[in-house]
Design a protein around this ligand. Structure first.
Ligand code: BES
Ligand code: ZN
Length: 802
């Protein structure tokens, strides 16, 4: 007999985002149906069920879009909104007849009824609420089928479907690759991917209906840059990886978010490397590790497996620890276990937990079974405690002495200890050794391997090809031999990167002198690999930023040294692409010219302005291809000041006239790169105007000129209440991080502490703490630079040497 019960009380608990439904009798055991009538608003916050605005034939239109991860499905419909409560979804929508309605599953029937129509979707397989999606709007699409028959579409704004072709090609290949890699077919009957004009993150892996920012999905043959192309390929691969890792097998709770994000990040490089081997993406991957290293060197970092006690805490975990450290420790494990064993064990894991949920522990168990190696013990030390080690290496009486300590950017020593998969090579990549180092300090007798240690050109490199997540500190002798190995081109690109990155981090922590870091940078004068040179550039610009605070009187000489270092590369590359030249040259050209412009290199700035003026008259001119546009914009902004703002206004004109998101982002990224603080203020205010979509604010903020961080901080304080009302989730945390972290005095650190004392809330607490810690670290570095007595002489000597 069916009994119908009415609740006696329904209470909404907004602070916990739950609904309590009370009945005045105990509910009978067994299955029941809960019927709830509800309504909501289509919000404009880019979370839950929201509206995005687009133009169709010159008219503004609304589209309806969902973004549910991590916990906003509840804003659309009542549900048990946690990843472990999987359910099937059968969705029906009533929408305007002229629109396209999309959801996770294919449409089974549409009934038009005058101005509206009812669209019925097929029932989904069992899945988590955060992956449900619904979209209603007017779109075009391109379509194709994978070799095994899955229909794939890329939806775009009307008239822009050609820009979806590149992503479509990548998606077709990726779906086939992952089907083989995971040894499980793609679980749904179709895959739709769609560009959304207002989108909080980069992309979202909704099951069968992946949503993207326009910049992460669309590629325009004429106006997109090589960097844009790579971004599209990597993001598509990342989201499609989630269809297995995340959607089919889902983390049990947000503590295991890294399983989703770390894994998808790692495997997206695996895919990109297959399809575009000439991009050397595994070398580029080192930038992911570096970003992970940086965050994880803070006392305010967190373990990869992190306790989540309240819904407010989830957004902040979509950070460099879950993504980049997560991906890096997966890479470390894969290279320790071997590619084949790793893949087989993963496939077993996917099969075992398909249509269900898993924990970190479950992945380790599968890998331990598949490999016979002590995966659990090894990996617990990396995922259950925060931080990572620096391994100090000394050569003593022919023996290698290793010691591990927790690395912290503040220079203090943490208490952590790890099981470190050490690899090392000696004089050549054919002489390698690997072992697990789990002690605090140990001597290793490697006389066999180190036969070559008597030779003049002896060198030794740990963490071969930088596949593991630890830093290395060499004693002086070994460090100087490594410099020699770099000069004589004995090291792989990844190892050249690693030596520089470790030296930079150690210098920042006060463990090495800045002068020796500068000497090291000079050894990269013949660098050939994009990622390594780009990293040398970033490092150099960071040093210049600190010098501006620590020793402004030496900044001129430092800039001269850096310009002399970079100029030969720029001369070789030129402004124009050589016919048939590779992807990495295109990336390098943009990075180099932007850096030279930022350093105030006159020849670069003049040439940029010349080309820009032609471009302003003719957007199709070959003089300013997309790969160098950002550089030209930044260069132009170096010529702008409060009494001559023509350049700034020309850039706004380009911004207003283009309908390509990537072009808008290039302009936004350059507007605040002006040395004049008055112009920077004006640019910052532009963020708040209706002309900039909320999703794009951070690009302008990130472009703030290195001398204007205090201007940006002042601006943030003045506009905080507005920002707090307009932004939420990860976007809000970016405002804090980007604005506060670059400050470099204790006074500013105190100011930030004071400011956020009364303004902090659970959803930004972690970011505030980390950003202030970064200020303290910068301030300390500044002090230690000030204490380097011979610094001025060395910089001047370097500046006149080349
Ligand atoms: N699942 C995320 C999207 C997301 C991010 C949802 C933050 C909720 C909060 C998606 O798979 C993702 O990781 N997107 C990345 C792009 C990726 C290529 C690193 C992003 O949005 O930056
Ligand atoms: Zn992801």
């Amino acid at each position: 007999m069916i009994s119908v019960l009415q609740p006696v009380e329904v209470t909404n608990v907004p602070e916990d985002e739950i609904l309590i439904i009370c009945f005045n009798e105990v509910l009978p055991l067994g299955e029941g149906t809960l019927t709830i009538a509800f309504q909501g608003t289509l919000n404009d916050k880019m979370h839950g069920f929201y509206r995005s605005v687009y133009e169709l034939n010159g008219e503004k239109k609304n589209m309806a879009v969902t973004q549910f991860e991590p916990a906003d499905a509840r804003r659309c419909f009542p549900c048990w909104d946690e990843p472990a409560f999987k359910a099937v979804f059968k969705i029906t929508l009533e929408v305007p007849s002229e629109t396209v309605a999309l959801s996770n599953m294919p449409v089974i029937e549409e009934k038009v009824n005058g101005p509206t129509k009812t669209v019925y979707f097929q029932e989904s397989p069992i899945m988590s609420t955060y992956l449900v999606a619904v979209i209603v709007g007017i779109f075009d699409y391109v379509e194709d089928f994978t070799t095994d028959g899955t229909r794939v579409r890329v939806y775009t704004q009307v008239g822009k479907s050609a820009q979806g072709k590149f992503a479509l090609e990548v998606a077709l290949k990726t779906l086939v690759l992952f089907k083989e890699y995971f040894a499980v077919p793609y679980p749904l009957p179709k895959m739709d991917m769609i560009a959304i004009p207002d989108f909080a993150s980069g992309a979202m892996e909704n099951y069968g209906l992946v949503t993207y920012r326009e910049t992460a999905l669309l590629f325009d043959e004429k106006h997109s840059a090589a960097a844009n192309k790579q971004r599209v390929a990597v993001v598509v691969a990342h989201e499609l990886a989630h269809q297995w890792f995340g959607n089919l097998v889902t983390m049990e709770w947000w503590t295991h978010l890294w399983l989703n994000e770390g894994f998808a990040t790692w495997v997206s490089y695996l895919a990109a490397d297959q399809f575009f081997p000439e991009w050397n993406v595994w070398t580029q991957f080192l930038e992911e590790s570096t970003t992970g290293f940086k965050l994880d060197a803070l006392a305010g970092s967190h373990p990869i497996e992190v306790d989540i006690n309240h819904v407010d805490e989830i957004d902040e975990i979509f950070d460099a620890i879950s993504y980049r450290k997560g991906a890096s420790v997966i890479r470390m494990l894969q290279s320790y276990l071997g590619a084949e064993v790793f893949q087989k064990s993963l496939a077993a894991y996917i099969k075992r937990f398909a249509y269900s949920n898993a924990k970190t522990e479950d992945l380790w168990a599968a890998l331990e079974e598949g490999s016979g190696e002590p995966v659990r013990t090894l990996m617990h030390s990396w995922t259950k405690q925060q931080g990572y080690p620096v391994v100090s290496v000394k050569l003593k009486d022919g023996k290698l002495q290793l010691e591990q300590t927790q690395f912290l950017s503040s220079g203090s020593t943490g208490v952590g200890q790890w099981v470190v998969p050490v690899t090392l090579c000696c004089c050549s990549y054919s002489r390698q050794e690997k072992f697990l180092f789990d002690g605090k300090q140990e001597d290793f007798d490697l006389s066999g391997l180190m036969e070559c240690q008597k030779k003049d050109n002896f060198w030794i490199k740990l963490n071969v090809n930088q596949t593991s997540f630890y830093r290395v500190s060499y004693d002086e002798e070994l460090a100087s031999r490594l410099r020699y190995a770099i000069e004589t081109n004995k090291l792989s690109a990844a190892d050249r990167y690693g030596v520089l990155d470790d030296a930079y981090a150690l210098c920042m922590a006060g463990k090495q002198k800045l002068v020796s870091l500068l000497h090291l940078i000079a050894t990269y004068k013949d660098e050939t690999e994009y990622t390594v040179l780009a990293h040398a550039i970033t490092t150099s610009l960071n040093i210049a930023e600190m010098m501006a605070v620590a020793a402004p009187e030496e900044l001129g000489s430092l800039k001269k040294f850096l310009i002399d270092f970079l100029e030969p590369f720029a001369q070789k590359l030129g402004w124009d692409a050589k016919s048939g030249e590779g992807h990495l040259n295109a990336l390098l050209r943009g990075t180099l010219l932007t850096a030279l412009a930022e350093l105030g290199h006159e020849a670069t700035i003049n040439e940029a302005v010349r080309r820009f003026n032609v471009f302003l008259e003719d957007r199709e001119t070959p003089l300013l291809p997309p790969d160098v546009r950002k550089a030209a914009y930044v260069a132009l902004m170096q010529t702008v000041n409060k009494s001559n703002k023509t350049g700034y206004e020309s850039l706004l004109k380009i911004y207003r006239e283009t309908d390509l998101s990537q072009e808008k982002v290039r302009v936004l990224g350059s507007l605040a790169s002006c040395p004049d603080p008055v112009v920077v203020r004006e640019a910052l205010d532009f963020i708040l105007s209706p002309e900039v979509r909320n999703q794009d604010a951070i690009f302008l903020l990130r472009g703030v000129c290195s001398g204007a961080h205090e201007v940006a901080w002042q601006w943030l304080k003045e506009n905080w209440d507005y920002i707090l009302g307009a932004y939420s989730g990860t976007l809000l945390t970016y405002f804090v991080n980007i604005t506060v972290s670059p400050l470099a005095t204790d006074e500013k650190g105190d100011e930030a502490e004071e400011f956020f004392k009364s303004r902090t809330k659970a959803s930004i607490a972690r970011t505030v703490k980390q950003s202030i810690e970064r200020v303290r670290i910068n301030a300390q570095w500044v002090k230690s630079i000030k204490g380097e007595a011979d610094l001025g002489n060395v910089i001047r000597a370097l500046a006149h040497k080349q």
